[in-house]
Write a protein that binds this ligand. Structure first.
Ligand code: G6P
Length: 366
């Protein structure tokens, strides 16, 4: 095992650093946006849908939540995302023209498989999985599949599976947009160019590790943390909070920043670190005023900005600047420092990073 780990201390760290490779592999052979990316016969299914229903658990669920922002804004198709264990037991209104999309690293998560069966039993038989294991039950059970090529993921806390799921979901978004006449040739070429450049962009984010380690050293003594994001970066804040709680055992919560004033602001004191995902997008001005609300209560801000954000280091405001601004694909870049922050905080606290207490890599029983 030591040899396999190479220069890394844990599988999780190795897997975080494998992301440029994993993303590159997942994009291999993607020359154009076409339904065939999702398997034979995909065109007939994808042309016929009027909405998308995503079912997943854990980190895969947060990939789904990110995709909702993409699918509705880029493809203009209604998208609902549900936690599999909830969906399987609630009474919902089935739509036979909905595309059911399961997202799963393992392809064996019991709740996700059961949610898929439940959807099918309600007459929804247009099914697609975004999955990392070609031989899994999920791939066998779904009509269509997009295989992520993250490779074997050993760390219980998912990292490279998440970023490659986002690649699959972005390609699905573009495919649906194209089928609806919402993606012209120029936009398609630009999107493929941006995807192809992603491994390099992720590599440059990984180079921020030393700065993130210095933040992690400040987080060691914290017992609570709040994560904020807006729009398609709200799910990235959720994923950041999940990573931190899973492996460092620090209590962490994520909120869409606009919701601060409806509750979490009551918790903000100078003891509360507030991690903020702050790319340069149309919500940045709003986010900046949310940040001022935190500062006014003495909260310590830890901000992940990007090339266009224009947020400066000052008292109580710590900024790490990502090298590029990446438009729609920005969530894929912004999740990387979340992973590294959780990882290094856990290391500094001396927890069992690859096998956090009480958690399993793949939950194959209910
Ligand atoms: C477990 C793992 C998580 C994972 C979730 C869903 O809770 O610890 O990392 O996100 O299951 O797993 P799946 O294999 O369906 O993506």
């Amino acid at each position: 095992a030591a040899a396999e780990l190479g220069p890394y201390r844990h599988y999780m760290q190795k897997e975080i650093f494998e992301q440029p490779r994993a993303i590159g592999d997942t994009l291999q052979g993607v020359e154009a946006i076409t339904p065939e990316l999702f398997g034979e016969g995909a065109a007939a299914i994808l042309e016929d849908i009027d909405s998308v229903l995503i079912l997943a658990c854990g980190t895969s669920y947060y990939a789904g939540l990110t995709a909702k922002y993409w699918i509705e804004s880029i493809a203009s198709i209604t998208c609902n995302v549900e936690i599999a264990s909830e969906y399987r037991y609630r009474t919902s209104v089935p739509n036979p023209r909905s595309l059911v999309v399961t997202i799963s690293q393992s392809g064996e998560t019991a709740d996700t498989l059961a949610a898929l069966k439940h959807a099918r039993s309600l007459g929804m038989d247009k099914t697609l999985t975004i999955c990392n294991v070609a031989t899994s039950a999920m791939v066998r059970e779904c009509s269509l599949a997009f295989l992520t090529r993250a490779g074997v993921e050993i760390g219980v806390a998912s990292t490279k599976a998440f970023s490659t799921q986002l690649i699959g979901l972005y390609l699905l978004t573009l495919t649906l947009a194209k089928l609806k006449g919402r993606l012209n040739a120029e936009q398609e070429a630009d999107a493929i160019k941006a995807l192809r450049h992603l491994p390099v962009a992720v590599q440059s984010v990984l180079a921020l590790e030393p700065q993130i380690i210095s933040w992690a050293e400040e987080f060691v003594r914290k017992e609570h943390a709040l994560f904020l994001g807006r729009g398609m970066h709200y799910p990235i804040a959720l994923e950041g909070a999940l990573k931190l709680k899973e492996i460092s055992y620090i209590h962490a919560e994520a909120y869409p920043a606009g919701e601060l004033k409806h509750g979490p602001l009551a918790l903000v004191t100078d003891q509360m670190p507030v991690i903020t995902v702050a790319p340069q997008d149309q919500l940045l001005q709003k986010l900046k005023s949310n940040m001022q609300e935190v500062r006014a209560r003495g909260g310590q801000l830890y901000v992940f900005a990007d090339a266009g954000s224009n947020i400066r280091n000052e008292v109580g405001v710590h900024v790490i600047r990502m090298p590029e601004h990446y438009g729609s694909l920005s969530p894929i870049l912004h999740v990387v420092p979340m992973q590294l922050l959780a990882y290094h905080t856990a290391c500094a606290r001396g927890t069992d990073v690859d096998k956090p207490r009480n958690l399993a890599k793949s939950v194959t029983v209910e």
